[in-house]
Each structure stands twice: as structure tokens, then as C-alpha cells.
Write a protein that binds this ligand. Structure first.
Ligand SMILES: Cc1cc2nc3c(=O)[nH]c(=O)nc-3n(C[C@H](O)[C@H](O)[C@H](O)COP(=O)(O)OP(=O)(O)OC[C@H]3O[C@@H](n4cnc5c(N)ncnc54)[C@H](O)[C@@H]3O)c2cc1C
Length: 488
């Protein structure tokens, strides 16, 4: 089934934020023929140095959008297995096998790449699909459509405005049929929807991100001899852990270091802004044998892990202002699924909006998006929080239990196969990787959307619905979709 289906009714869309969520949504919507403007605060595509992982559930969306060649050209593949080391003793604790058949069964490859490469790929694809990406635009406020006599301040009546609008920092007001907040964890769009200001809890965990040329790492005899950087690796320690993986066809090594460190004045941001030496990051690596990594990284960026309460509504009352990506669910920084939430949601949202029939149809499709994405997003977030917490256990029963589990995985590698150890792990991975965002949206449409179209057309024969062409095929789900949208 083609997901470049043209929508029967073309919407005028504004997306606030031009990073992974914003650009992915722009690609999906522009491919369906909608008019898309992306408003991005920064002045141009940045050059942040970090790495990002794209599991199969993400790559299958990007492949469907025609980006496979670009991924192959710029990224490194996850293959082999991941060694898990103890930061205190240098001992090998565990091993995760990235079994080729399991990855293949999930329907796509698992890549690791530079964040800036991913950003560039998405940007080019969005522009090619017809989206307009406007830099240097700071959105200050988003307002829902206003009925006559209502007012944003509650006192003065104002002119009716049928469409939602955004206010820019230079005073300009722009309107659209739908406004999407893809503006990250400190989302202005989200604040505009909420009656009360919502504050996150500071967890005390800080994430440092950077990368280092592989050539420089391989000057180190130990790294070379032990082949430490050839695949994705983990080092676990008390209240700290780090992970590293090759990117850019193994010419670079990306690192993320998680440390419990209370530092209220941390210079947070995604631009590398702190020298790793000045932070004495290598001191956090307890076994001196492994301090090499942070001695060789020039500079890192610094992100705080903030625990945000679950956001009640992802859209306003009119369902014409919608949140997507980290604005809907802020995540733990630099997790394996940083991209999953954004790209999957973008695919679901844009697929649903490829069915839009008129402006009155938007609320139904927006509510469907929320229904489809809420549980999945929360599930991914919780999986990531648990997995990062596990890597940082201090001494105690939890750490002992974790290490025992690791040993089972290690034994499985050494030939003493343990079904339970691997089936448990892969069971969860398969659930995550097998997700197909396009199917999730199409399934909803077939189960619920089409039913509603039928009910509408029976109630009012004068209403123009695409369903009218489908009556013959009511029992053949796949046929219905094909006939419906190839027609338009
Ligand atoms: C520059 C940058 C580098 C990153 N590097 C990495 C990395 O190396 N590894 C990793 O795992 N994750 C990285 N991330 C985080 C990762 O992109 C996110 O975790 C995830 O992909 C969700 O993305 P998002 O688009 O929802 O939010 P974000 O990535 O936070 O993007 C939000 C976007 O909205 C823009 N914006 C915010 N407010 C406004 C406003 N009022 N008006 C206009 N524009 C606005 C921001 O400038 C930003 O471009 C990075 C994010 C950014 C912004």
C-alpha cells in the first residue's frame, strides 16, 4: 500500500519546531499534498556532535518515505552484539546478541548515526516533499480558533477567528487550519494549551553527549587490542553509566554518559558547549582502564533528565492544535527511543490526515491520533527510564539481581543457551521493533473511520464522503483502502 496517498482535502498546516518530530511530520503531511510551513527558532541546521539510534520501528518509516539510500550512505548498522562492562572492576558483566533474524523479522534495519546527519536527511526530504521550513522564527503563543464574543483574556470580546493562530516574537500573527507543536520538552504550544503551568521534577541525572573520531580512539593500544569500539557497548557503574556506538560508517564513536550529579547551574543545550576535560568526566569512569573515552572527546553537550508529569491532553478543545514528539511526552535524553516517539507519531498523524475530507473531519482524526499514540508513547518512555536506571544501580539487591540476569545472557553467548534469558529480552524488543506506524493508523481507519463514514452517508445521503465509492468492498478491508485513495 502506498503511503504517499494524496489527501482528498488539502489542509494549511503550521508546525512549530523543525527538529526530528517537526520535520518528520512535515514529510508525511507534505507527501499527502497538504500545505506545510515549519517554523524553527534556530537560525539554520545546526552541527551538534551527538549520535542517535534508529531502531527498526523508526527505520521502516524512513524507508517508506524513500530515505533508505541516505541512511545506508551515512549511518552504521547495529550488528553482532553488545558487551556490557563493569565500570568499577573492568569485568565483562553481560552480552546482548543483536540476532540478525530477530532484526530482520521486525521488518527493517537498526542504524546508528550522527544526529546532524539525521537532521539534514529529514530537512531535505521535507523540502523535497514541498514543505517550507522557515528558520529564525520564534513562536511565543498559540491561540485556538475564537468564536464571536469569546476572548483570550476573558473580558474583552474580540473578532471571531475561525482558525488557530500563532504569535511570533516580532508581533506577526499567522493562521492555519491546524497548528502542530513539535517544539520539544519546553514546548510553548503545550503551555498555550494548559491552564496551569506544569513544572518537571529535577531527577539529578545529567546526560553528557559527544563523539570522537575513531582514528583518535584507535591510537590507544588497549582499545585497539580489545576491539572496544567496533560495536555498541555499555559500561555500568554506581549512579553512572555510559554507552558508546560507532557512527558514520565506523569513522566516529558516539558516547552518552549518565551521571547522578546535582548541578543546578548546568549549561544545558544541544550545542557542544563544555570541555570534557574541564568537567573531569574521565574521573567518573572508575576503572582507570576506561577513562580513555572522556579524555579523547573534545567537548560535550549537557542535558538534564527532567521528569515531567504525564500530559493530559495532546490537543486543545477544538482539536486544531496538536502536540507531537517530545512536546507531548518529554523523554530521558539520548535514549534508544528518542526518535521512536517522534517518527512513529509523525507517521501515524500524517497517515490519518491523508484521509481528511473537510475541516469538520479534523477533530475525529486528531482524537484518533491521541488514542493510537498515548499508550505506545508512555510504554516506550517507561522502557527507556527503566533501562537507564538499571544501568546506574548502586550496590544493593537490585544491582545483584541485575548482574545475575547479565550473567545468564553471557552464559548464553558462551554456548550454554538459556531460552528464558533471551526470550524475555527479545519478546520485549520484538514488541517494540515490530510496530508499524502506518498500519496502526490504517487499522484505525478501517475499523472506525470507515464505519463512521458509512453511518454519515446513511444518515445524510447528500454528504459527500469517500465511502460512497466503497460500498461494494465493505468486507474487503485492504481493497477498501486501495480503491478509496487511489481514486483521489
Ligand atoms: C539540536 C538538537 C540536537 C540533538 N542531539 C541529539 C543527540 O545527539 N542524541 C539524541 O539522542 N538526541 C538528540 N536530540 C534530541 C532528540 O532530537 C529528541 O529527543 C527527539 O528526537 C524528539 O525530538 P523533538 O523534535 O520532539 O524535540 P526537540 O529535538 O527538542 O526539537 C524541538 C525543536 O523545536 C524548536 N523550538 C522550540 N521552541 C520553539 C519555538 N517557540 N518556536 C520555534 N521553534 C521552537 C527547537 O529549536 C528544536 O529545533 C537533539 C535535539 C536537538 C534540538
Amino acid at each position: 500500500m502506498s503511503h504517499h496517498r494524496l489527501a482528498p482535502f488539502k489542509l494549511d498546516v503550521i508546525i512549530v519546531g523543525g527538529a526530528v518530530a517537526g520535520l518528520s511530520t512535515a514529510i508525511g503531511l507534505a507527501m499527502s499534498g497538504h500545505k506545510v510551513r515549519v517554523l524553527e527558532r534556530s537560525s539554520k541546521l545546526g552541527k551538534p556532535v551527538g549520535g542517535i539510534r534508529l531502531p527498526p520501528n523508526v527505520t521502516k518509516v524512513l524507508v517508506q518515505w524513500g530515505l533508505e539510500e541516505e541512511l545506508r550512505r551515512r549511518a552504521s548498522l547495529v550488528r553482532g552484539g553488545t558487551n556490557i562492562w563493569d565500570l568499577e572492576t573492568g569485568r565483562l558483566l553481560g552480552y546482548l546478541e543483536w540476532a540478525e533474524p530477530v532484526i530482520q523479522d521486525s521488518g527493517a534495519k537498526f542504524y546508528m548515526m550522527r544526529y546532524s546527519d539525521l537532521h539534514e536527511i529529514l530537512y531535505s526530504a521535507a523540502v523535497k516533499a514541498g514543505a517550507e521550513v522557515i528558520f529564525n522564527v520564534d513562536v511565543c503563543l498559540v491561540s485556538p480558533p475564537l468564536r464571536p464574543g469569546t476572548s483570550t483574556s476573558g473580558s474583552t470580546p474580540c473578532l471571531p477567528r475561525e482558525r488557530p493562530s500563532v504569535l511570533l516574537s516580532d508581533g506577526t500573527v499567522l493562521e492555519a487550519d491546524i497548528v502542530i507543536g513539535a517544539d520539544g520538552q519546553y514546548s510553548v504550544v503545550r503551555s498555550s494549551l494548559q491552564e496551569k503551568r506544569v513544572e518537571p521534577q529535577i531527577t539529578g541525572t545529567i546526560v553528557f553527549t559527544g563523539s570522537v573520531p575513531m582514528k583518535r580512539l584507535l591510537e590507544d593500544d588497549l582499545i585497539k587490542a580489545e576491539n572496544l569500539t567496533s560495536s555498541w557497548v555499555y559500561w555500568l557503574g554506581p549512579r553512572r553509566s555510559f554507552t558508546g556506538y560507532p557512527i558514520s560508517h565506523e569513522t566516529e564513536f558516539a558516547v552518552h554518559l549518565y551521571v547522578d550529579r546535582n548541578d543546578p547551574d548546568a549549561p544545558e543545550g544541544w550545542t557542544p558547549n563544555v570541555s570534557a576535560k574541564s568537567l573531569k568526566l574521565s574521573d567518573t569512569i572508575l576503572d582507570r582502564k576506561y577513562s580513555w573515552v572522556f579524555e579523547k572527546v573534545d567537548s560535550v553537550c549537557w542535558q538534564r533528565y527532567l521528569d515531567w508529569p504525564k500530559i493530559e491532553n495532546w490537543s486543545d478543545k477544538s482539536n486544531r492544535i496538536v502536540l507531537i514528539g517530545e512536546s507531548s511526552r518529554p523523554l530521558i535524553p539520548c535514549s534508544t527511543h528518542s526518535c521512536s516517539v517522534s517518527v512513529e507519531s509523525a507517521a501515524v498523524f500524517s497517515t490519518l490526515l491523508s484521509y481528511v475530507r473537510n475541516l469538520d473531519h479534523i477533530p475525529l482524526l486528531v482524537r484518533a491520533y491521541e488514542t493510537i499514540r498515548r499508550d505506545r508513547t508512555e510504554f516506550l518512555h517507561q522502557v527507556e527510564v527503566q533501562s537507564v536506571l538499571q544501568t546506574m544501580f548502586p550496590p544493593g539487591p537490585e544491582r545483584t539481581a541485575r548482574n545475575k540476569e547479565m550473567e545468564r545472557l553471557l552464559r548464553a553467548r558462551q554456548g550454554k543457551w538459556d531460552d528464558d534469558a533471551y526470550l524475555g529480552l527479545w519478546g520485549q524488543l520484538c514488541e517494540i521493533w515490530a510496530y508499524n506506524a502506518f498500519d496502526a493508523a490504517d487499522d484505525w481507519w478501517v475499523q472506525w473511520g470507515v464505519l463512521r463514514e458509512r453511518a454519515l452517508s446513511l444518515q445524510n445521503p447528500n454528504i459527500e464522503t469517500p465511502f460512497r465509492r466503497l460500498e461494494v468492498n465493505i468486507s474487503a478491508r485492504t481493497d477498501m483502502i486501495n480503491i478509496d485513495y487511489l481514486d483521489h
